[in-house]
Design a protein around this ligand. Structure first.
Ligand SMILES: [Fe+2]
Length: 463
């Protein structure tokens, strides 16, 4: 608690105090807790603890999510508000080594509060006390018909999930971690949570027939899901490592372009987020940003290092790098839409780019994004022939060239993202000692220093 702002302390104490107050009131003054079946509570609490101790079971972007609330919602149906609060409070005991006590207490308290409120909603919609549903869908002797609890359960889940989100979002905001609140894609986040909440209904429905074995039956698919998700994460890591290795290979071609791929990837991601790109395409555009210049591996180093103007043939070798890039990565099927970004990142809005001379909307969206990110990073980085330009100068250059070289929509999106998030340009590059690092004398990405091309010995043009 030390070091937290006062309002964060007040909030934590309020949530934890309310939850313990509710439980104490239930134990002391409410005989319903005594009527609960302790074996049911124990199995539900164990199920809840197992789920709560495996927070990476499911993951929505960076947020580690457990499906423990499925067990808490099952407790709502089987044991009512007080029972759900007791089950939720066991989160305090979850197996998470190193988790501070105050976080454990808050976690247990917020689950207890959500369970209690959801339980109240459930019982008011049901019109009677919670309990084990009847066998075979019938009410049975005192039991509740399964069909009758579906709507109350949906109501309970619709309260539990948003309340859980709000309680956690508030603690993150109060402790200065507001950036970790998954506000982007919130609807998707909520829908997936509500979808997994149906596990709770499944447990409650099965309970009538197989009693506590219901917990085991639900745990099996959850363990399989955890294993499958682990495999998926391992695969993503190997994709990232492959891309990083290719990037590093490109950057060894020029001492001055170290980190360029990563920064173009970041800036491309900023633009893509700004124009509302979905998560799968965001991942692909980041890969495309990393790999946009992989084709430089196919450009002779002596061309990149040549001092003075290039011949038409040498310039053609540089213009071939998008095609070479595509040839290099064509076999990597997870790159998908990134191929178009790599192939066309030097097209221009006015059709004077390469390799195809596409114009306007003919240019794939990925390529229009990378073109802006690529030029911006080239301008704001040191090169062998000049020092880095400031962010202000580079953005002014982007503005000037919007419509001719760059897509104005992407330029504006990038400027808005820059305004909000800022940009950390790379540190100044020290001049490398001679003969120890490869450097080039020109950068095909730099719109402020066009490459000089000679078509014959007397005339020279800028490209
Ligand atoms: Fe390029």
């Amino acid at each position: 608690m030390r070091g937290l702002p006062w309002f964060a302390k007040v909030y934590l104490v309020a949530v934890i105090g309310t939850a313990f107050g509710l439980l104490a009131h239930g134990v002391a003054g409410n005989s319903r807790i005594e009527q609960l079946e302790w074996s049911t509570l124990l199995v539900l609490a164990l199920l809840f603890l197992v789920c709560e101790s495996m927070p990476t079971l499911l993951s929505v972007r960076q947020a580690a999510v457990s499906v423990s609330f499925s067990a808490a919602l099952a407790a709502v149906v089987l044991a009512g508000p007080e029972g759900a609060a007791l089950v939720g409070m066991t989160a305090v005991l979850s197996v998470r080594p190193g988790l501070p006590l105050v976080k454990r207490l808050f976690n247990g308290a917020q689950f207890a509060l959500c369970g209690y409120v959801a339980g109240r909603v459930y019982e008011s919609l049901l019109g009677r006390s919670a309990g084990v549903p009847g066998v075979g869908g019938a009410g049975g002797a005192g039991g509740i018909a399964f069909s009758d609890l579906i709507v109350p359960f949906a109501g309970a889940a619709a309260v539990f999930v948003p309340l859980n989100f709000v309680l956690i979002a508030l603690v993150l905001a109060a402790t200065g971690q507001a950036d970790q609140v998954p506000l982007r894609g919130l609807a998707q986040f909520m829908v997936s949570y509500l979808g997994y909440a149906t596990f709770g209904l499944l447990i409650a429905g099965l309970w009538a027939t197989v009693n506590s074995i219901a917990a085991v039956l639900v745990l099996i698919p959850l363990f399989v899901a955890r294993w499958a998700f682990g495999q998926y994460l391992a695969q993503q890591r190997s994709y990232d490592a492959t891309i990083a290795a290719l990037c590093q290979a490109v950057e060894t071609k020029d001492y001055y372009t170290r980190g360029h791929c990563t920064r173009v990837s970041r800036a491309s991601g900023m633009i893509a987020e700004e124009i509302g790109m979905g998560s799968e395409r965001l991942r692909a555009i980041r890969y495309a940003g990393m790999l946009h210049d992989v084709g430089k591996l196919g450009v002779p180093t002596k061309v990149l290092q040549k001092e003075g103007p290039l011949t038409e043939e040498e310039f053609a070798a540089i213009q071939l790098h998008p095609m070479r890039g595509l040839e290099i990565v064509r076999g990597i099927d997870f790159l998908d839409e990134a191929f178009a970004g790599i192939m066309h990142h030097h097209e221009r809005q006015d059709g004077r780019g390469y390799p195809m001379g596409l114009a306007g909307d003919e240019i794939p969206e990925f390529a229009r994004i990378i073109a802006v990110a690529d030029a911006f990073d080239a301008m704001t980085s040191d090169r062998s022939y000049r020092n880095a330009r400031s962010v202000e100068v580079a953005t002014e250059e982007l503005r000037k060239s919007a419509g001719a070289q760059f897509d104005p929509v992407m330029v504006n999106a990038f400027l808005r993202a820059l305004d909000r998030q800022g940009w950390e340009p790379p540190r100044t590059v020290a001049v490398p000692p001679a003969d120890t690092a490869e450097t080039t004398t020109k950068d095909h990405d730099d719109p402020t220093a066009p490459i000089q091309v000679v078509s014959d010995v007397t005339t020279g043009t800028e490209r």
